[in-house]
Design a protein around this ligand. Structure first.
Ligand code: FES
Length: 106
C-alpha cells in the first residue's frame, strides 16, 4: 500500500505502508517531516494532524470523540478533511492515499 505525504515545505514523499500500520506509524518509520507523534499514537497530542485528500477521506473509519476533541487543540489549522494520523489505519482500500501535513504547527 502506497501513501503519498506532502511535508510542511511541500516535499513529496511516496512511501510504503505495512499491513495494519497507521498513517502516523508509516510517517515516523520513513522519517517524514511534520509528524511528531509526541504521544506515540494514543490520540492524546494532536501532533500527528494531517489533511486527507479528496475521495480517500470518505473511506476512513469515522472519527471518535477523543480524536475530535484533540483536533480542537489545533483549531486554527483544522479543516474539513483533518484527521489525526494515528487514528488512520492503512488498508488496501487506501492505496495511493494523499496526506498533506500542516505547514505551521504548535
Ligand atoms: Fe498523538 Fe496521534 S500521535 S494524537
Amino acid at each position: 500500500t502506497t501513501i503519498v505525504f506532502f511535508e510542511p515545505d511541500g516535499t513529496r514523499r511516496e512511501v510504503t505502508a505495512n499491513p495494519g500500520e497507521t498513517a502516523m506509524e508509516v510517517a515516523v518509520r520513513h522519517g517524514v517531516e511534520g509528524v511528531d507523534a509526541d504521544c506515540g499514537g494514543v490520540c492524546a497530542c494532536a501532533t500527528c494532524h494531517g489533511y486527507i485528500d479528496g475521495a480517500f477521506f470518505d473511506r476512513l473509519t469515522e472519527m471518535n470523540e477523543t480524536e475530535d476533541a484533540m483536533l480542537e487543540l489545533v483549531e486554527d489549522q483544522r479543516a474539513d478533511n483533518s484527521r489525526l494520523l494515528c487514528q488512520v489505519k492503512i488498508g488496501p482500500e487506501l492505496d495511493g492515499i494523499v496526506i498533506k501535513l500542516p505547514g505551521v504547527r504548535r
